[in-house]
Write a protein that binds this ligand. Structure first.
Ligand SMILES: Cc1cc2nc3c(=O)[nH]c(=O)nc-3n(C[C@H](O)[C@H](O)[C@H](O)COP(=O)(O)OP(=O)(O)OC[C@H]3O[C@@H](n4cnc5c(N)ncnc54)[C@H](O)[C@@H]3O)c2cc1C
Length: 423
């Protein structure tokens, strides 16, 4: 018969208690794991704000590219005003300053039951919460003849990087007197003023170096964002250089002939020296594969937490979300959504204070090197709904000094914003 003294029994039970408590503490101290897929504006912001706001969360960011080039301001590169290097950002600060585990790889699979993400390298990442910020994908095949191979002749330049460089080279080698044709996509698409800002800034370049060149915009739409501001600027800065043809005039874009560098509409064929074909868009491919997108091609989300309406426990931010007419696909809004999402995840995983979502969007648009306009929108998100609460927009007829100040504000915004995301 084993015989324990009171003292020995006491020791044993204390030891057992200590072990039990230690393992409970270890369990509660084991960090919750959040995996963020996509290191663009939306994903990098979620990762950074989770790391900053909740030190008890282990944050992993998966992004294939070692450096990220911003689409915003890439039209300035096409105009010869900014270098592409000045628009390119690394992930060192996110890894070193904020302790984010940055993995340069592509996510290929999501298992929402096992809660794992599979990477192209074969590795598997377990998660407690998952965030997707994969940006956009193109609907290749929506227009006859425009497939992925066609992008090498008729670049879209709608994801910044090699495509933007290719378009710039084509513009540089174009003869004076040639036609630069932009095909503008149907709604919704990344950056509603983008195609028209591009027309303005390429016209700025042509005005200096190829003054006989023309720009033709074939639009899938009948109206476009900030149309009065653009058309006023085109008349003032580039008279006779830019022509815009709406969908109702052309009957819509039907096909491209890549070899012949021409675009076919319902009634005509337009030949050009350089074609910038911006295809119809949808949420990034992984969002489609993972069942996060609905029939619209975009991902429906709860607007206060950015949790998917189709897959609980998975959040989506940035251009991949379906924002209707209310949430334009902009970097500013992707960043704002990402902060709301990060605070909601931190609250869910750690019980930290929940900050209400403050969603804003400010877009600066360049009409020339010394002429920039802006639109600022405040949004009000409640469970299930989102509406515009305030809007401030530049007006036709503003004086030159106001527009020069717009340029200064835009440049200041770029520096502060990219520091907020990557710095
Ligand atoms: C010409 C142009 C001008 C613009 N100007 C402005 C502007 O002035 N102001 C403004 O606010 N917005 C502007 N925008 C829009 C802005 O660039 C986008 O809204 C913004 O980049 C969206 O951020 P995102 O995080 O959703 O997507 P992205 O920034 O595109 O990031 C997505 C990231 O996900 C990664 N990824 C995709 N799939 C995977 C995967 N399977 N695994 C891992 N990673 C993956 C990609 O590599 C990419 O880095 C402009 C856009 C264009 C094209």
């Amino acid at each position: 018969m084993s015989c324990w003294t009171r003292r020995e029994f006491g020791c044993l039970s204390v030891a057992a208690c200590v072990m039990a408590v230690t393992s409970r503490v270890a369990r509660s101290q084991a960090k919750a794991r959040v995996v963020v897929i996509g290191g663009g504006v939306g994903g990098a912001t979620v990762a950074k704000y989770l790391a900053v706001s909740a030190g008890t969360i282990e944050v992993t960011l998966v992004e294939p590219k070692p450096r990220y080039t911003t689409c915003f301001f890439s039209n300035l590169y096409l105009a010869g005003i900014r270098s592409l290097e000045s628009l390119t950002h690394g992930y060192e600060a996110l890894a070193q300053r904020y302790g984010i585990n940055v993995i340069h790889d592509s996510a290929t699979t999501i298992d929402p039951v096992a809660k794992t993400v599979g990477l192209e390298s074969g590795a598997k990442l377990p998660y407690d919460r998952l965030v997707l910020a994969p940006g956009i994908a193109f609907k290749f095949g929506a227009i006859d003849g425009y497939d992925e191979a066609a992008t090498q002749t008729m670049p879209h330049a709608w994801i910044a990087g090699p495509q933007t460089e290719l378009l710039r080279r084509q513009l540089e080698s174009m003869e004076d007197g040639g036609v630069f044709l932009i095909v503008a996509p149907p709604n919704p698409f990344r950056c509603p003023p983008g195609p028209y800002e591009r027309a303005s800034l390429v016209a700025y370049y042509f005005k200096q170096f190829k003054p006989r060149a023309k720009i033709l915009i074939l639009d899938a739409k009948d109206r476009f964002f900030e149309q009065d501001l653009f058309q006023d600027a085109w008349a003032r800065h580039y008279p006779g250089m830019i022509e815009w043809l709406p969908g109702q005039f052309t009957g819509g874009i039907k096909a491209v002939d890549v070899k012949g560098r021409s675009v076919k509409t319902a009634g005509d064929t337009f030949k050009a020296a350089v074609v910038n074909f911006i295809p119809p868009q949808m949420a990034g491919e992984l969002a489609q594969q993972a069942g996060l997108a609905d029939q619209s091609g975009w991902c429906p989300v709860e607007p206060t937490t950015f949790e998917s309406k189709l897959q609980p426990g998975i959040h989506v931010v940035g251009d991949a979300t379906s924002g209707g007419d209310i949430m334009p696909k902009s970097a500013f809004l992707a960043n704002s959504q990402a902060k709301a999402c990060a605070f909601a995840i931190a609250a869910a995983l750690t019980g930290s204070e929940r900050f209400g979502p403050n969603l804003f969007n400010t877009c600066f648009t360049f009409l020339a090197a010394d002429d920039a306009v802006s639109v600022a929108i405040a949004l009000e998100a409640t469970a299930g709904t989102i509406k515009i609460s305030d809007i401030l927009i530049s007006q036709v007829g503003e004086d030159a000094e106001t527009r020069r100040q717009g340029v200064q504000a835009a440049n200041g915004w770029y520096a502060a914003f990219t520091h907020d995301v990557f710095g």
